[in-house]
Design a protein around this ligand. Structure first.
Ligand SMILES: Cc1ncc(COP(=O)(O)O)c(C=O)c1O
Length: 373
């Protein structure tokens, strides 16, 4: 490791870590409100649940606060409950600090220095950072019409490929791949290659007829990941879960931090599972909002990537156009997500809000585009 990897304190840092950029949280609604002196600000930037979360989840988290002095039990109660709900053994279930926390465990558990990971271009940023931060070779194939190009991914598998990451529906495009496409792809993946099927947006995607619910397959080399951050509205609690062959879960549990998820977070997740009505209401609000936004954005002449998630991605002329529209929307009180760090500088991602928030966005965007003519 050369001198150039030494930071000011004298410590040597691996080059693949130095090359990363620290995650920058977008501006909060309060910051934007203050900065531009606005009466109303709508945040449609982080694919959060615009309806909040179930009161039952809050109540359970509050009750759990009485136990703050005790270490939690590694998500045991949540794993038990999920095993029952999905008719699998507790040995097939893991719970952690968000699904991103579980991706971090997978990366630490299974990757050796000379392994290679394979995914699509501009994949979910969290995965990019965790895989690149591990210092392994990171290979991608381009999107095809904003979808994963699964045949090209299968073609790209090499003897060094150890891990394939697929998000379905995908972030940031919102697109999903079908049962048929996935089944054909899976036949071409050697048993020695681990597949992460990241279903963070499962509850929104599963309403599509041809959506492949990875739990139907239970392939030995596939880990399904899901989260309480989206349809259950518990992003701040940081609870995710995964299903896989018991042997995969057993090695993951060797590496996982023993006390994640935290006690109040696990309690919130357990409470959220008891309020299915809230989750279904969130999914219904999303379906209406997605339809409205996709139609309205098309109507305004934007290219919109097809979405089955809780956001849409618009494709602009170039990076400069994307930057200007982002900034102009911000000044009118709408926060959306620029995608330059993800690898799509000419695109913006817009989360689905409540009906009022969606209309507020479309009004603001209408004014922004009118002023640009
Ligand atoms: C595809 C995908 N996977 C995982 C996550 C992380 O979710 P969590 O909050 O459970 O860590 C996100 C969050 O945006 C995501 O878009």
């Amino acid at each position: 490791m050369g001198q150039e990897n030494r930071i000011a304190t004298g410590i040597l840092v691996p080059p693949h870590v130095l090359a990363l950029k620290a995650y920058e949280p977008g501006l909060s609604a309060e910051e934007v409100q203050e900065r531009y002196g606005l009466a109303r600000v709508v945040k449609l930037a982080s694919n959060e649940n615009p309806l909040g979360c179930s009161p039952r989840a809050v109540e359970c988290a509050q009750l759990a606060l009485a136990n703050l002095a005790r270490y939690p039990r590694g998500g045991l109660a949540l794993r038990q409950k999920l095993a029952g709900l999905f008719s699998v053994s507790i040995d097939n279930v893991i719970a952690g600090s968000g699904s991103e926390g579980i991706i971090s465990n997978i990366v630490r558990t299974f990757l050796n220095d000379d392994d290679e990971v394979l995914t699509t271009e501009a994949a979910f940023l969290g995965f990019q950072v965790l895989a690149r931060g591990r210092g392994v070779a990171y290979r991608t194939v381009p999107y095809r019409d904003w979808h994963y190009d699964l045949p090209a991914l299968a073609d790209a598998i090499s003897p060094k490929t150890k891990l394939i990451y697929l998000a379905n529906p995908n972030n940031p495009t919102g697109s999903f791949f079908t049962r048929q496409a996935f089944e054909q792809f899976h036949k071409r993946v050697p048993e020695r290659v681990l597949i992460i099927l990241d279903e963070a947006y499962y509850e929104f995607g599963v309403v599509e007829q041809s959506y492949p619910d990875s739990m139907h397959y239970r392939f030995d080399n596939t880990i399904t990941l899901r989260t309480f951050s989206k349809a259950y509205g518990l992003a701040a609690a940081r609870v995710g879960y995964g299903f896989a062959h018991a042997d995969l879960i057993a090695v993951l549990l060797k590496v996982k931090l023993p006390f994640e998820p935290s006690g109040p977070s696990e309690a919130a997740a357990l409470g959220a599972l008891d309020d299915r009505e809230f989750m279904l209401r969130s999914v219904a609000n999303n379906a209406r909002g997605l339809d409205y936004l996709a139609r309205s954005l098309h109507g305004m002449g934007f290219e919109v990537a097809p979405s089955a998630a809780n956001f849409v991605m618009i494709v602009l002329k170039d990076a400069s156009e994307a930057k200007i529209i982002f900034q102009n929307l911000l000044e009118r009180g709408v926060i959306v997500r620029p995608l330059a760090t993800t690898g799509l500088p000419h695109c913006l991602r817009i989360s689905i809000g409540t009906p009022e928030e969606n209309e507020f966005l479309m009004d603001a965007l209408g004014m922004v585009m009118e002023a640009r003519r």
